[in-house]
Design a protein around this ligand. Structure first.
Ligand code: IPE
Ligand code: IPE
Ligand code: MG
Length: 253
């Protein structure tokens, strides 16, 4: 398999186990975590940020290069305004509090999703976080905020059609690679491993294009309780899976 194959494995070998180069996480279950404790849903989201901090640190330490986390979907606008505001507030606080540290630690921050429709101050904070960490390359933290897989693909198709209309791209040149280069994840490997917490078994519009060959792992744990041990468990499960990318098993060829 050539290395420029779109679905070629990108993981690395650390010791005996395979470490995924790119892990994507659907951080779900904050509301149920709070409800179980008689707390408001916002308290669950706050504890969810703590779990995110632990996970970023652990992922870097185990040798993961890209971590993409789903923190607000294009469908989450359907929630009560107070909850939407609380989630926006948490992104603000996270960038304000953690940017300096993440920058020093070599983390490159990237926010994927639709920028239009976000409050101006959030759009500015996001740009600042991206600008100030642009030269980092040790670890990429992709925050999917106001993100929806279908919206991302439609936006990419719109930009690509504009380039076709202007003559910059020929219709016959539109390949998978070209379309992928218009997505928010252009130049990044596809996620090797996609984890969802909270016992729900669906993608909820996350990375629809990029997850074509991701290994899926579902855990019952609620996101605020997620920690390094859960991340290691996901990596161990991943490392026991055989990724075939449509081919036959090694040894059966
Ligand atoms: C995930 O937790 C965070 C977001 C979707 C923003 P939820 O808020 O969805 O928690 P549950 O699924 O209601 O428990
Ligand atoms: C997916 O979780 C979105 C995020 C984790 C940000 P949801 O809780 O919104 O998904 P559904 O509604 O259960 O599918
Ligand atoms: Mg949920």
């Amino acid at each position: 398999m050539s290395t420029d194959d779109a679905s070629a494995p990108s993981d690395t070998h650390a010791g005996a186990s395979r470490v995924p180069a790119h892990i994507a996480i659907i951080m779900d279950g904050n509301g149920r975590w709070a409800k179980a404790r008689g707390l408001p849903r916002a308290a669950g989201h706050e504890r969810g940020v703590e779990a995110l901090r632990r996970t970023v640190e652990a992922a870097g330490e185990i040798g993961v290069r890209y971590l993409t986390v789903y923190s607000f979907s294009t469908e989450n606008w359907r929630r009560p305004a107070a909850e939407v505001n609380a989630l926006f507030g948490l992104l603000r606080t996270f960038i304000k509090k953690d940017l300096g540290r993440l920058k020093k630690e070599g983390v490159k921050i990237n926010v994927i999703g639709r920028r239009e429709g976000l409050p101006d101050d959030i759009a500015m904070l996001v740009e600042k976080a991206e600008r100030e960490t642009a030269s980092n390359s040790d670890f990429v933290l992709n925050i999917a905020f106001n993100y929806g897989g279908r919206e991302e693909i439609a936006r990419a198709a719109r930009a690509l059609s504009a380039d076709v209309a202007s003559g910059a791209v020929l219709p016959s040149d539109v390949t998978e690679e070209v379309l992928a280069s218009y997505l928010d994840t252009a130049d990044m490997p596809d996620p090797d491993l996609l984890v969802r917490t909270s016992g729900e078994y669906r993608l909820s519009n996350f990375l629809l294009w990029q997850a074509a060959y991701s290994e899926l792992v579902f855990f019952d744990v609620l996101w605020p309780d997620f920690d390094r041990a859960w991340l290691e468990k996901a990596v161990a499960i991943y490392s026991d899976r055989e990724r075939r990318f449509g081919a036959v098993s090694t040894g059966d060829a």
